[in-house]
Design a protein around this ligand. Structure first.
Ligand SMILES: [Zn+2]
Length: 324
């Protein structure tokens, strides 16, 4: 009995030991396989340790957003404030815009008083030391005699040569906040500036297809002084007149007279304005209305004006076709 019990106990003990052994053996493969899995582990931890750190850029205008993408490439995440199809002068900022500013590593805006509403956003939302770059800073404005545009006409980008100087400011700003990628920003900016200067020469050539006497522009608002200067046009007038007040009936009658007297061939509407008033003026002056130039905003993907380069090309082509 006792021996039988002892044998039984031994069997149980052996069984338990075998179980233990099995447990120990079972744990071995995971230990043993650790070195096999080892190469995978560093890859994962490397990805975690070196996440792709994008520079968070906020800008006011779609045109500037496109320029920044050209310079920053895959190193930047660009958020734009003014939606496509809207103009900067009368833009009303939203609480979301303040959040964008608060999260930005750097802010680029046009400057020369174009985005007057930006001051309040900066006061309420900017982070200490956040670089805020006015890309038109290096350029000399033409005086438009307006109390709204106290700092002169801000529409510098309507000349591709001016656009190239914007790109220099963008490059320097990105290098300031992300010096590790200086070489990339410099290379990208050089290539883009080259494209813009080639575009500028191309636009000048195109403008020359219009007889000098017919190079006359009437548009919605005063966005064309630098375009006119660079490509040899005369601005006969614009429908909104001075930016701070609506045009009077007298202003509009004078514009119609001027259009007739100077034998202007067409009136150009701009994409961010309703064509209604332009249509009335064109009808009264007996000239055609041509839609829609891109001035303060890019167009959508199918518009033919979805990038800064395409927008200027589209505008010149439209103007040449109408005034030739
Ligand atoms: Zn404008």
């Amino acid at each position: 009995m006792t021996r039988a019990f002892a044998r039984g106990l031994l069997v149980v003990l052996l069984f338990l030991l075998a179980g233990c052994g099995a447990g120990t053996t079972a744990s071995l493969p995971s230990t043993a396989s650790a070195p096999t899995n080892a190469p995978a582990a560093p890859v994962a931890s490397e990805a975690a340790a070196k996440p792709v750190k994008l520079v968070k850029v906020v800008t006011t205008m779609s045109i500037l957003a496109d320029m920044i993408k050209n310079v920053g490439g895959e190193h930047v995440a660009v958020e734009n404030i003014i939606p496509l199809g809207a103009g900067p002068e009368d833009y009303q900022p939203t609480p979301q815009d303040a959040q964008k500013i608060a999260g930005a590593d750097i802010v680029f805006f046009n400057g020369h008083g174009l985005e007057a509403w930006l001051d309040d956003l900066f006061k309420s939302a900017a982070t200490p030391g956040q670089p805020q770059i006015a890309v038109s800073e290096a350029l000399q404005a033409v005086d438009v005699g307006s109390t709204d545009f106290r700092e002169g006409n801000p529409h510098f980008w309507m000349s591709a040569a001016n656009g190239a100087t914007y790109v220099e400011q963008i490059r320097d700003g990105l290098i300031l906040v992300d010096p590790a990628n200086k070489a990339v920003y410099t290379t990208n900016a050089d290539a883009y500036i080259k494209q813009l200067l080639a575009l500028n020469a191309e636009l000048k050539q195109q403008a020359e297809r219009i007889p000098q006497a017919q190079r006359k522009l009437v548009t919605n608002h005063d966005a064309f002084p630098y375009f006119a200067q660079e490509y040899g046009f005369v601005i006969v007038g614009n429908i909104l007149g001075s930016p701070e007040s609506a045009p009077s009936a007298g202003d509009l009658a004078a514009l119609v007279q001027n259009i007739k007297a100077q034998k202007v061939k067409a009136i150009f509407s701009e994409s961010q304005f309703s064509p209604k008033l332009s249509k009335t003026i064109a009808d009264e002056a007996g000239v055609q209305i041509v839609a829609d130039l891109y001035t303060d905003t890019l167009g959508d993907a199918s518009s033919g004006g979805a990038t800064y380069i395409d927008m200027l090309r589209f505008d010149m082509q439209t103007i040449v076709d109408a005034l030739q």
